[in-house]
Design a protein around this ligand. Structure first.
Ligand SMILES: [Zn+2]
Length: 309
């Protein structure tokens, strides 16, 4: 009889069989080390390329972790501050009318035009502001219209101020009354018009700017101020910054006409406007930097600028 199955199996697993011994040796000395080496390779690629911890050195920025600059760690930034941009404080000076449009004409003397008086004032004011380190943007410096139609001309004046980044806008005009109006010849003095709007520099607002300029002008030129009046005129509505339209006198009034044909009055009025600009600058986020007045703009303001344009 053949031996029982149990005994036969027990004999099979002993190492007396040289073939099995040889296979076992291969397992121990070849296959197991191979598995260990392979396992090491599985982990290995992730280990050597990990960045060394950079000991407080900003230059050792690991390529894998491009961490942006941390505003909190910057000594120059304040908590909650956004990007701040300084730009030149620009005053847009708008000489009313021009070219084929003379504006108001002196009664009985058709050589005296509003367009020339307004240009003389803005030119004088430009020079005064330049001496103070304030950049001036003139909507016109010659006897010319800015467009074919009156409406397009007014739009062009607003566009120059808006696109030029002006912080303040002042349009200079000369008033007149129909001589058929009862008492027209007796009306004299100055008015300042404004249109309250959401401008770029709150809380400084249009009415404040108009008040400053009215008070400063009559103080400088000795005329009277009839009022600071809200009126939604084209250049006041179309500008993004605090804006005023200034009537510096009535060409239909004998005394005002005498004033406005005097270079002294025009110079004094220009000094009044310049003084008002300096008062406004003190109330706006502005400061003189390297001899030039500049105004601070935030991201929020730039955004408003974009949608307003
Ligand atoms: Zn006018």
């Amino acid at each position: 009889m053949p031996p029982s199955g149990g005994r036969v199996r027990a004999v099979r697993y002993r190492l007396r069989n040289p073939v099995r011994f040889f296979i076992l040796m291969i397992l121990i000395f070849v296959v197991v080390p191979a598995i260990l080496i392979f396992a090491r390779f599985l982990k290995a690629p992730f280990i050597p390329s990990l960045p060394e911890p950079a000991p407080a050195s900003e230059s050792a920025v690991p390529v894998r972790t491009p961490v942006p600059a941390m505003p909190k760690e910057s000594p120059a930034s304040t908590p909650g501050a956004v990007e701040v941009e300084w730009r030149d404080f620009i005053v847009a000076l708008d000489a009313g009318h021009g070219g084929r449009d003379p504006g108001a004409v002196a009664p009985g003397d058709d050589d005296i035009y509003e367009k020339e008086i307004t240009l003389a004032v803005t030119r004088a004011c430009r020079d005064l502001l330049a001496q103070e380190g304030i950049t001036v943007l003139m909507t016109r410096e010659e006897d010319k219209a800015l467009a074919e139609t009156v409406q397009a001309d007014l739009t062009a004046r607003c566009g120059l101020a808006n696109d030029g980044g002006a912080a303040l806008f002042a349009s200079v005009h000369v008033n007149s009354l129909e001589l058929t109006v009862h008492g027209a010849l007796g009306v004299s003095g100055m008015e300042c018009y404004y249109a309250e709007k959401e401008n770029l520099f709150p809380p400084f607002h249009d009415e404040k700017w108009a008040s400053l300029i009215g008070e400063a002008c009559v103080k400088a030129n000795g005329n009277k101020l009839n009022g600071v009046i809200e009126k939604r005129l084209a250049v006041l509505r179309g500008t993004l910054m605090p804006a005023v339209l200034l009537e510096i006198g009535y060409i239909t009034n004998k005394d005002d006409l005498a004033r406005m044909t005097s270079s002294q009055y025009l110079q004094d009025t220009a000094e009044g406007i310049a003084a008002a600009v300096l008062k406004a600058v003190a109330e706006m986020p502005a400061e003189k930097r390297n001899g030039v007045w500049q105004i601070r703009r935030t991201d929020q303001i730039v955004t408003e600028d974009n949608h307003g344009g």
